[in-house]
Design a protein around this ligand. Sequence first.
Ligand code: HEM
Length: 197
Amino acid sequence: MVTLCSEFLSAGSWRKLKKTVIVKDNGRKEKEVITEQDLEKLPYLKALILEALRRHPPGHFLLPHVVSEDVVLNGYLVPKKGTINFMVAEIGWDSQVWEDPMDFKPERFLNDDCSEVRVFDLTGTKEIKMIPFGAGKRICPAYKLALLHLEYFVANLVCNFDWKVPKGGDVDLSEKQEFTVVMKNPLRVHISRRTHH
Ligand code: HEM
């Protein structure tokens, strides 16, 4: 399964995608770009972004919310005007909801032959399994824009560059809290331009 899925990200499939070519006035090919239509053909990419938002949400908390009236939740009284912080990361790591929650497995968002992303309610309208963008009326208003940009960003970085971990190096996904959550040990890799023919 993993091999099959990783095929979707292999250099070959990226090359096939690079169809849109920007041609300069003098007729010379300037650069090739990945279009929004191309992203539709990359279910593994979408699954990878969702898994990254589940396992490493940029915000471990939503903006603080305030209770408008007294409410009893699981036997606990939350008084009117009480501040509530939603633990975004913990929600996405719940072992009652996710199998092997601490493992990074984009396949969990794909159907069995990895050809499509399973229908997933990221907005928490029907059920809440992860809330990287919040839920309800204060949900991040830019969540669709953010998802699209994450896909573009990763697609272009992988499509245009070859990424290699240097000998003796390692990719450490430990986190640290800054304005958002960032890598504790920044990524150290050799990148080189992919050659497309
Ligand atoms: C990966 C990228 C992003 C993530 C994970 C994210 C996540 C969030 C979260 C968790 C909230 C709080 C929701 C709540 O308290 O219920 C929020 C609110 C908000 N976000 Fe985002 N966001 C992202 C990108 C963006 C971008 C690109 C913009 C603007 C272009 C944006 C604009 C806003 C605004 C204006 C709010 C406040 C909404 C309100 O309070 O009604 N976000 N975002």
